[in-house]
Design a protein around this ligand. Structure first.
Ligand code: CA
Ligand code: CA
Length: 242
């Protein structure tokens, strides 16, 4: 190889590495199916409708965190009244302290969904952060960083099921699950009810572990330098289907 070719090859390699480093992971997409059977919100997603729903598995974007990488799967469904979300969390140590509505449940073992019913904008979205004690912290986020927790969703049904012992450190738990049903009327300021083909965006997150060994996992990688799920341009797509 001539010296010129070698130089050219080096420049090309450097350019490709640069492109690879700046490329972002793809935005995930999920088809939200109509619930084929009634859902009883008791924390156990064992209805046939859940079995028919697709599953997402959360990823671990931040290697800087030291908490255990415990598996979480989530599913969504819809019907004429509600948007339903369920989570199944493997968890060897189930811990949660907060007991009151709008407490900072994200400091506990908790799962979250951020919902943007109008993806044409990315300034405003709804947040639900729910701990293993079925305590809801709900808010409207005016991105970035203005969080109105005084906003409360109406008519939410929320329940969890624990397979293990809450706040008993030192024994080995199996996990926990959660079901939540959110009435459509809550989203009216940003969107009418979805029809088949409507696309909303969302991220699904989990906070797990006890300080100093905490870990966050997410459906869509928020692509943030530090653990932070509040990146509405990185929310995944929810496609409502029949
Ligand atoms: Ca845990
Ligand atoms: Ca609230």
């Amino acid at each position: 190889m001539t010296r010129l070719l070698k130089t050219l090859a080096a420049v090309l390699a450097w350019t490709f590495l640069g492109v690879a480093a700046s490329a972002q992971p793809p935005i995930p997409r999920y088809e939200v199916k109509r619930a084929s059977t009634p859902i009883t919100v008791d924390g156990v997603p064992n209805e046939k409708a859940w079995a028919d729903a697709g599953k997402v598995e959360l990823i671990f974007p931040w290697e800087s965190q030291t908490g255990a990488k415990q598996k979480t799967t989530a599913r969504l469904l819809w019907d004429d009244q509600f948007l339903y979300v369920s989570y199944e969390c493997e968890d060897a140590d189930i811990v949660a302290q907060h007991t009151d509505h709008d407490d900072p449940t994200y400091l506990d073992d908790a799962v979250e969904i951020f919902i943007n019913p109008n993806p044409a904008q990315t300034d405003i979205y709804f947040g639900l952060e729910m701990n293993v004690r079925a305590v809801l912290y709900d808010y409207i986020m005016y991105h970035p960083g203005r969080l109105f927790k005084q906003f409360d969703l109406r008519g939410v049904k929320l329940a969890t099921h624990i397979d293990g012992t809450l706040n008993m450190r030192g024994d080995k738990d199996k996990g926990w699950s959660l079901e939540v049903a959110i009435p459509w009327a809550n989203f009216e300021a940003l969107s009418k009810r979805p029809e088949a083909g409507t696309v909303w965006t969302a991220n699904i997150n989990r906070w797990d572990g006890v300080e100093p060994n905490r870990r966050m996992s997410n459906w869509s990688d928020p692509v943030q330098p530090r653990p932070n799920p509040h990146a509405p341009t990185r929310f995944g797509q929810l496609v409502f289907v029949k």
